[in-house]
Design a protein around this ligand. Structure first.
Ligand SMILES: [Zn+2]
Length: 259
């Protein structure tokens, strides 16, 4: 790629990010090059610590995964990726201050509105996955519509990061139906990521209740369902991470937990 190409791709990306904030559903400019490859270092820019990665395959485990090894000391905090970007950045910052890594399953229409968040998540050392295009009740959709929900978000992730993301999680469903599982595999995801602990944070019960639900239910190998975009979740994260540390548990990416 010439330096002129790099500048023009970077400009496209930057203007798309600005435009994306104004119009939901306004996708970033099409390019076969990834944002990461196209980026020219800027003064003061954060150095990416994690590269984007292809979908994770865990040999010997079921297609649908809801927990990791029970004999280790790791857990995965996994987030529905949508909502207020300031709350999302605040949550990622709290995780990073405590040395924790999280997994964000991004909704495609959120990435259209906030394309810069894909890079923010990866640059923090976190993991990024697919949580469908519009967060519809995917298990109730006809086959073609369900596949479009998976493929639409995969396309956003590929254009923004060069990968369709590490994991797929169905929307409005804890577990995928056989049909949705087959469609996810067709779209390129070897596994469907479920969870074994629901924090119930999306009901906004208050930070102390979120903390209690998580710390009462968590154990080695747990995959916890949480949500970006909720102030109570941001406030609950530091005491949750503190509680994990006291028990000798570490919050790692889902790929690190499973592999
Ligand atoms: Zn969700």
């Amino acid at each position: 790629m010439t330096s002129l190409d790099r500048r023009s791709v970077l400009r496209t990306t930057t203007s798309a990010a600005a435009a994306g904030a104004l119009a939901a559903g306004c996708a970033p400019g099409r390019t076969d090059r990834t944002v990461r490859d196209a980026a020219v270092p800027r003064p003061g820019a954060r150095t990416p610590v994690h590269a984007t990665r292809p979908p994770t395959r865990v040999p010997g485990r079921p297609v649908q995964l809801d927990h990791g090894p029970r004999d280790g000391r790791a857990v995965a905090l996994t987030f529905h990726g949508r909502g207020d970007a300031r709350l999302a950045r605040a949550l990622l910052g709290e995780a990073e201050r405590a040395g924790a890594r999280v997994t964000v399953l991004a909704v495609g229409d959120w990435l259209d509105e906030r394309p810069e968040m894909a890079r923010r998540i990866l640059d923090g050392g976190h993991e990024l996955g697919n949580h469908t295009m519009h967060h519809r009740n995917i298990c109730a959709l006809p086959q073609a519509a369900a596949y479009a929900e998976i493929a639409g978000c995969a396309d956003r992730l590929r254009r923004l990061t060069g990968s369709i993301g590490s994991w797929f999680r169905p929307s409005q469903a804890r577990r995928a139906t056989d049909l949705v599982t087959r469609l996810a595999r067709r779209a390129g995801y070897p596994h469907v990521l479920s969870y074994d602990l629901d924090s119930l944070d999306s009901t906004d019960p208050g930070a102390p209740a979120v903390r209690r639900t998580v710390l009462d239910g968590i154990g080695p190998g747990s995959v916890v369902s949480l949500h970006l975009g909720h102030a109570g979740t941001v406030a609950a994260l530091p005491p949750i991470l503190d509680g994990l540390r006291r028990r000798g548990l570490r919050a790692v990416t889902t790929t690190e937990l499973m592999t």
